[in-house]
Design a protein. Sequence first.
Length: 221
Amino acid sequence: MGMGVDIRNQMAKRAAEEIQTGMVVNLGIGIPSLVPNHLSQKIQVMFHAENGITGMGPSPIKGNEDENLCNAGGFPVTLTNGGSYCDSSIAFGMIRSGRVDITILGSLQVSQDGDLANWIVPGKKVPGMGGAMELAQKAKKVIVVMNHCDKHGHPKIVNRCTLPLTSSRCVDVIITELAVFKIAETGLILTELFAPYNLEIVESKTGCEFKVSETIRNIPY
């Protein structure tokens, strides 16, 4: 089941809190593409896309879209002062050389150890893996923004991924519509809850054990 616009924006707003001035940030398609809309104007960053943009700004006002300026998902974007274009080989070179500070991605599954599975469901046609494997390996911090459960109600945060891995032990933070988890060397830690959800609901919808932070932040709706 899909999520409403308000919930998607709430998750994107929380993901934006991970970003600091001076960073180069790569955004995946879907909810991650909403993150620039929620970034404080005091924070100066360069948003990067595999299709060859460094310096993406917020989504354009309706009617002001540039048909030649889009993100990796094909949706219209703006360009900030100092932004630049390049071909995709240079864009991927930036990723592979470790110049991306944070990548914010969607996912199909994440394991309790931070394994990422987000590029294919066996037997289903996909347009390509994109830059997920490079980003998962080379970005300094990997943040996953996704539904807590799939359309069948099965948990997407699991003990072990059953789908083909994109990369192992690479995810640092998971943000769902229910909660926020951090993945440490000791395992999965619940650090935040979105209103109106509580610990019991999160436990019932999570497919693995997790620790609970001594101080839980409650994020209002």
